[in-house]
Design a protein around this ligand. Structure first.
Ligand code: ARG
Ligand code: ZN
Length: 690
């Protein structure tokens, strides 16, 4: 009996030992495969404790084919830093061996990042059983452009699209302007940009989330309704479209934009180091290959320049600046570029604290908060500091989820929580920024400077529906009670076409009658003016935002072709006149024609320049340039005839001016084509939505 029992106990013990042994063996195998024989790219979390280890870590992250996730640059690695490092499979063995040798302990944060990436880029909308909404997925750049157009069209009462510039690779930078339906005098504004850094995918996802939420809950939720009634909100969903595209097609870990220069083979500038705030000092790099490369000079990058220009021209209304990044869960405010405290530090701290507290209470999630330089690291040239110094004294950078578990590869299932908590923070901060408290020193800062000429022209344009959704980025500041007639604008291109047509006919007649190269050139230019005015009319004929940017570029490209053709004709005629030594003939008729046409063309050109500036339309400005050339040619007939009268030696002035103008038009035409063709190509696919 006893022996039987004993045997049973021994048996179970044996079994257990065997089991434990098997488990251990498997665990060992698992460890081994996880470490050096994994065929997958991994993200490692490495604890650095000593200065020597920090040196080693800096070396590893810069010398091996790895991508540093956190901190942003090797120079921020110090003793007592948790480093997150992406290591491609082929380097995994070498890197982990090095870590072991130097007693750096590490943990595998993500094994098999390829699969995670694949999951994020899978187009679930193709799957009818898919239960997640559009906003709980990541979207390609093309999808986002499509979404921008669609949103603007479906909510045309509350959304306008503003083209603020284009990227290095000539992709359009669209801002959505959200406004409540309530008219209020002196509306303040808030700016939100997303996707400065390409790999931080949760950031553009937040901008989309934010816009959709605002539109859906306007007049449903008090916070949102009040926010949109008291403020206009400018949302730039993807500030770095080239980089974002690149993360979808080529390298998921890309951070910078995609600009390149002759000086280096390395591509990309860190847009969040390219602003003019202690630019390129400690915390940024002047080496083009580095992740925190500051660029060639402040605002050297078209993306940063476009944002800076927009904010400069809206600094009187924009009171709140928000820039959305990931990851790390932080609410940061200036300064990043120095350890100094901003004058309203206490107030910003309080705002961030309140927002973080709300997130903790509602979502049981912890967000750090504080001045950037002290909370994360020195980072000069950041957009938030620059905006602050411009006078936008409520300026924040959010680092969204998570803390490093998935880092930049946050799975789509986390999008809704990450966005909702950030939204809570935005609402909390915006409530304060929107409040109409009596002016304190910081808050109301400088007084609006008036731009009289922009205002005058803006008054002409008080009928937004005629201009389409694509609105001027130099907004009309004039009050509604403007007395200037609105019909002027609508009639003006027609008028311009009519006048220039007459001039063209007159000038052609004159040029054939009097053999004047200038007159011929002028005539040609007047004809061109007619054509360019027609193109401009076409460019503004459709109210849909969709077409505006694309049309603008097409218009300019066509103008480029027209310029080149006419320059060749002008040149041919002028050179022919010079070669045959044609003498200018003068009489009263010629005099009056050239004076009238010169004056009319100059007036037209000034008008077009102003209109073009207000509408930020290159097509219009080009049109203006065209008229100006016409004016110059008109006067040149007069001048060359006059000069010839006094000094018969100088018979060649007319022809020479013809040659000169021909060359200028040629150069401008070529420049237009070079600038516009890539833009036409880049906008073609994004504006297909009807
Ligand atoms: N992580 C971001 C970066 O490295 C933000 C750092 C804070 N800097 C700032 N300007 N807010 O660019
Ligand atoms: Zn970032």
């Amino acid at each position: 009996m006893l022996t039987k029992h004993l045997a049973q106990v021994l048996d179970t013990l044996n079994m257990k030992a065997l089991l434990i042994w098997a488990v251990l063996l498997n665990f060992y195998k698992l460890l081994k495969t996880g470490d050096c024989t994994s065929k997958h790219d991994q993200v490692l979390s490495i604890q650095v404790t000593t200065h020597q280890q920090a040196d080693i870590m800096r070396n590893i992250s810069s010398q091996y084919e790895t991508v540093l996730w956190s901190p942003a640059s090797p120079e921020h690695i110090g003793a007592d830093t948790e480093v997150h490092l992406f290591v491609p499979a082929n380097n995994l063995g070498t890197v982990t061996d090095l870590l072991h040798t130097h007693h750096l302990t590490h943990q595998v944060l993500l094994d098999n990042t390829e699969e995670l990436i694949e999951m994020q880029t899978r187009n679930e909308s193709a799957d009818p059983r898919s239960s997640t909404s559009y906003y709980e997925r990541y979207h390609s750049l093309g999808d986002i452009y499509y979404w921008i157009n669609k949103t603007a069209q479906e909510h045309s009462d509350m959304v306008k699209v503003i083209l603020i510039g284009s990227s290095y690779e000539k992709r359009p930078l669209y801002v959505l302007k959200l406004s409540g339906r309530q008219e209020r005098a002196e509306k303040r504004a808030m700016w939100i940009d997303c996707g400065i850094h390409a790999r931080e995918w949760i950031s553009p996802a937040f901008c989309l989330w934010f816009v959709q939420y605002s539109l859906n809950f306007y007049n449903q939720n008090n916070d949102i309704t009040e926010m949109l009634n008291s403020m206009d909100i400018y949302v730039l969903p993807v500030m770095n479209p080239d980089g974002y595209k690149y993360t979808w097609t080529t390298n998921r870990m890309w951070r910078k934009n995609r600009s390149s220069s002759k000086e280096s083979n390395c591509v990309g500038t860190d847009l969040n180091r390219n602003f003019d705030a202690n630019w390129c000092t400690k915390g940024a790099s002047n080496r083009p290959c580095d992740e925190i490369y500051c660029g060639q000079f402040p605002e050297s990058e078209p993306e940063a320049e476009a944002v800076a220009n927009f904010l400069r021209s809206h600094k009187n209304s924009v009171k709140l600046y928000l820039s959305i990044h990931s990851y790390g869960q932080m609410l940061l405010f200036p300064y990043s570029c120095s350890n100094e405290e901003v004058p309203n530090h206490a107030e910003l701290f309080e705002l961030a604290q309140e927002a973080a507290m709300k997130i903790r209470r509602h979502y049981r999630n912890n967000y750090k908060y504080g001045a950037s330089a002290k909370t994360i690291y020195l980072a000069p040239g950041g957009s938030d500091d620059w905006a602050y110094n411009l006078g936008i004294h409520y300026s924040f950078t959010f680092e969204l989820e998570d803390r490093g578990r998935y880092g930049f590869l946050l799975p789509p299932s986390f999008i809704s929580k990450a966005c909702n908590e950030a939204l809570l923070a935005v609402k909390s901060i915006a409530r304060r920024g929107a409040s109409n408290r009596p002016c304190d020193e910081i808050y109301c800062g400088q007084f609006p400077e008036s731009e009289p000429e922009a205002e005058a022209v803006a008054n002409f344009l008080r009928r937004p529906q005629r201009l389409g959704l694509l609105e001027s980025s130099h907004e009309a500041k004039a009050p509604r009670s403007s007395k200037l007639p609105q019909e002027k604008h609508c009639g003006s291109p027609g008028f311009s076409i009519f006048v220039t047509l007459i001039l063209a006919v007159a000038a052609f007649t004159v040029s054939f009658m009097r053999h004047s190269a200038s007159a011929f050139g002028f005539a040609f230019d007047a004809a061109l003016d007619v054509l360019s005015s027609i193109i401009v009319v076409w460019r503004y004929s459709n109210a849909a935002a969709v077409h505006s940017a694309h049309r603008e570029y097409i218009s300019c490209a066509i103008l480029g072709v027209v310029f080149i053709l006419s320059s060749l004709c002008i040149l041919g005629k002028a050179i022919h006149d010079l070669a045959t030594k044609l003498l200018p003939e003068v009489d009263d008729f010629l005099f009056s024609v050239s004076i009238v046409s010169g004056v009319v063309c100059v007036i037209l050109s000034v008008f077009k320049f102003m209109l073009g500036r207000v509408l930020t339309s290159r097509a219009l400005i080009t049109d203006g340039f065209n008229s100006l050339v016409g004016g110059v040619m008109g006067f040149s007939i007069l001048i060359s005839a006059e000069v010839f009268k006094h000094d018969p030696e100088v018979w060649y002035l007319d022809g020479s001016i013809g040659v000169l103008i021909g060359l200028i038009i040629l150069a401008y035409g070529v420049k237009l084509l070079v600038d516009m063709v890539p833009r036409v190509r880049q906008t073609r696919n994004y504006e297909r939505f009807e």
